[in-house]
Design a protein around this ligand. Structure first.
Ligand code: SF4
Ligand code: SF4
Length: 238
């Protein structure tokens, strides 16, 4: 139903103007004093905050002194995931750039010296200002080489160029390895044999025992692995 405007004529008190101004100031002062001294927002996150001087009881965060923790599925700033030896997992396949609806990923591929198969991103730039934080790049990546698990949002800057993150800025965070990684399963000329053995021994997809680095909310690699194990046990296969 259409919103009905209150077009009734002003009564005598409203036409005197000052009583209404005083009534408005009273309403404002009431909200101000209640927020200052008595308000405790019903939101559990607000109730869980410490009380006292310097802490707000209102829903407004005193940012940047007070920061709200982001949920595990939060899509933060990108990072290029390193291997155990510090090199990027990225093999410069362009799938993330192809999937990106904002066209904000720029990649230049190069061949790993002495390796006839392996490629790496000589240049990998993301324009965080154009990014729409959709996470398609993370989903498209076949190597789990790009994640948005930093828990950070793009920091403020005065110039656009500061929002262009290159491969040096992006390559950070805990290393990630899978035993199925091709560079662990075949002799990689770029990785010495001892380093390869150490990488294989420490291969793990998550930096600690938690599964919170899974990119998709509700998606758990551990839960899927447990289900697969159960299915295999039921079927009598090891
Ligand atoms: S999050 Fe979306 S918009 Fe941002 S770089 Fe990835 S695919 Fe592109
Ligand atoms: S980040 Fe992943 S999808 Fe993007 S180029 Fe590298 S390997 Fe391919």
């Amino acid at each position: 139903m259409a919103y009905q405007l209150d077009n009734r004529p002003l009564d005598l008190r409203e036409r005197f103007y000052f009583p209404e101004v005083i009534r408005g100031i009273g309403t404002l002062a009431g909200h101000f004093l209640r927020n200052l001294f008595f308000s405790r927002d019903a939101n559990p996150d607000i109730l869980a905050r410490p009380r006292g001087l310097g802490y707000s009881d209102n829903v407004t965060l005193q940012y940047p002194e007070e920061k709200a923790p982001y949920p595990p599925g939060y899509r933060g700033l990108h990072r290029l995931v390193p291997r155990e030896d510090g090199s990027p997992r990225c093999v410069a396949c362009y799938m993330c750039a192809t999937a990106c609806p904002a066209q904000c990923i720029y990649i230049e591929a190069a061949e790993v010296p002495g390796d006839p198969i392996e490629k790496y991103p000589a240049k990998f730039v993301i324009d965080e200002l154009r990014c729409v934080v959709c996470g398609f790049c993370v989903e498209a990546c076949p190597k789990d080489a790009i994640r948005m698990d930093t828990g950070e949002h793009a920091p403020p800057s005065l110039e656009r160029v500061h929002q262009l993150l290159d491969e040096k800025a992006l390559l950070r965070g805990p290393a990630v390895s899978y035993l199925s990684d091709p560079w662990l399963r075949r002799p990689a000329p770029s990785i010495p044999a001892e380093a390869l053995a150490a990488m294989t021994a420490s291969a793990r997809p998550y930096p600690d025992a938690s599964d919170e680095y899974a990119q998709t909310p509700g998606f758990s690699v551990k839960a899927l692995a447990a289900e697969a194990r159960e299915r295999a046990e039921r079927a009598g296969t090891p």
